[in-house]
Design a protein around this ligand. Structure first.
Ligand code: BES
Ligand code: ZN
Length: 460
């Protein structure tokens, strides 16, 4: 065992306590009322990074602050530089009554630490911070310079981060960016994620009469915005799960034969999945396996649908308006702004003249794909393999991390996605959890990573 590994073992319980402290902040980026919690959480992180020995700044961006923490630089040596990205913001915890323990009161049951943000993403980037602490505290030299960039707006589309990266390009220029914000298929199946889906978010509002109307007095002669919206939304997809917007699939790169073989090796079965999700039957685009459907094919989802009376009992009205929040998950080589245009054009075409339609653009992020044969990808796989003591799988993931393509474009660096969340971690759901034994392996993975990646950059 190296001194770094011994240190990680000896300080395990403090690391868990500190992670619990971090998880107590309700850093919900989607809700403006939590702005003070966002700042408090970021300030806590700044203190934690400083205590480790990192040169740390709290940076303003126009949105929630970004924490930037650098290993002290030694001017006499030119070391390779890597950025580690994470996010301290979390998704809203609702519905609260489905949580077995309150979302912001971390609770450990067996190997699992339950709290909103435990897997997505506080636990995951803390693993990297703790590994750096272990290097410093044991006097082990890091073979590279590191900069941690931990933002507070990932869950709402990272709207201010692109600009921030551009402004700081000189400081952040790096060989690669390491991100642990994805999943692994199982405890014995650690992974390198080589592709993420992109996203295009939109809001659709349909307006009818100037106020809610009596549905008996006026029903039959005035169009119903809720009905119209439902019909329009229903026209986005056919019964076979194919999106019917003209041009939507034009830029989609088909799934490679090699990828199909990889996906078949993953430890998922339809039966298990159906049970785990509590659905009667899985549903997806015909002609694809469910693993392909949820990672390598684009989708159209309604995330929220609002109209009319939703309180107790009934209220006989024609609602004045109806609205829906939509997101499309995109795959290589779809472009989020082109998709937004295609969707808007289609909705305008199918909208009847009886209502007014508004389509509001939301956040967007391009899909990401890395060559898993690249030297950095292979070096990451070595670090994962030695920490988990088993053979990692290559994954395409269905989620999005909008910043990864910005990093490629702005910093010229590929993202190495080595996540630590288990499939039943309940990210974005009630009872989110993080496995503490995976936390241990994640810290070791991080410790192994820096020598592996640095070797590659020295050989380049
Ligand atoms: N950690 C996730 C992204 C993720 C999840 C990647 C699972 C791969 C597998 C991240 O925090 C996230 O949830 N991102 C949002 C981004 C969106 C709001 C722009 C997402 O994917 O919904
Ligand atoms: Zn998330």
């Amino acid at each position: 065992m190296t001194p770094v590994e011994r240190y990680l073992t000896e300080h395990r319980s403090r690391f868990i306590q500190e992670l619990c402290d971090y998880l107590r902040f309700p850093s919900i980026s989607a809700q403006p009322a939590h702005a003070p919690d966002m700042r408090a959480c970021a300030r806590w992180l700044v203190e934690r990074c400083r205590a480790i020995g990192l040169k740390t700044e709290l940076c303003t961006t126009g949105g929630n602050p970004v924490v930037v923490a650098r290993t002290p630089r030694d001017r006499r040596q030119r070391k390779p530089h890597f950025v580690v990205y994470g996010h301290y913001d979390v998704q809203p915890p609702d519905p609260l009554d489905l949580w077995d323990s309150p979302p912001f009161e971390p609770s450990i049951r067996g190997d699992l630490l339950f709290a909103r943000g435990s897997s997505d993403n506080k636990g995951q980037h803390m693993a990297h911070l703790n590994a750096v602490e272990a290097y410093f505290a044991t006097g082990t030299e890091l073979p590279c310079d590191l900069t941690f960039v931990v933002e507070g707006e990932e869950e709402v589309g990272s709207t201010h981060l692109g600009r921030f990266l551009r402004d700081r390009k000189a400081d952040l220029r790096c060989e690669a960016i390491v991100i642990s914000d994805t999943g692994i298929p199982g405890r014995e199946h650690p992974a390198l994620t080589y592709a993420l889906r992109g996203i295009c978010a939109l809001e659709v509002v349909v307006r009818g009469p100037s106020r809610d109307l009596h549905s008996g007095i006026f029903g039959g002669c005035v169009d119903n915005p809720a009905m119209v919206l439902c019909q329009m939304l229903a026209s986005l997809r056919d019964a076979k799960g194919r999106i019917t917007i003209p041009g939507f699939y034009d830029d989609v790169v088909p799934i490679g034969a090699y990828e199909r073989r990889q996906m078949k090796r993953l430890p998922f079965t339809e039966r298990q999945e159906r049970r785990f999700l509590g659905v009667k039957q899985l549903f997806g685009e015909a002609g694809y396996t469910f693993v392909e459907q949820r990672s390598a094919r684009p989708t159209c989802e309604i995330n929220g649908l609002t109209s009319g009376y939703q309180g107790e009992g009934s209220k006989t009205i024609i609602p004045s308006w109806a609205s829906a929040k939509l997101t499309f998950r995109l795959v290589a080589n779809q472009d989020p702004s082109r998709v937004a245009q295609l969707v808007t054009r289609h909705l305008k075409k199918v909208c009847p003249p009886t209502v007014r339609l508004e389509v509001k653009g939301g956040h967007g992020g391009a899909p990401y794909m890395l060559d898993p044969k690249s030297a950095f990808a292979q070096a990451s796989l070595r670090a994962v393999r030695s920490a988990f003591q088993c053979e990692p799988v290559l994954l395409r993931e269905g989620g999005s991390i909008p910043i990864v393509t910005d990093c490629q474009r702005i910093l010229g660096a590929d993202a190495l996605l080595i996540g630590l969340a288990l499939p039943d971690a309940n990210a974005h759901s009630p009872n989110e959890s993080f496995s503490l034994s995976i936390f241990d392996r994640g810290m070791r993975m991080s410790a192994h990573l820096w020598p592996e990646l640095s070797k590659v950059s020295r050989e380049r």
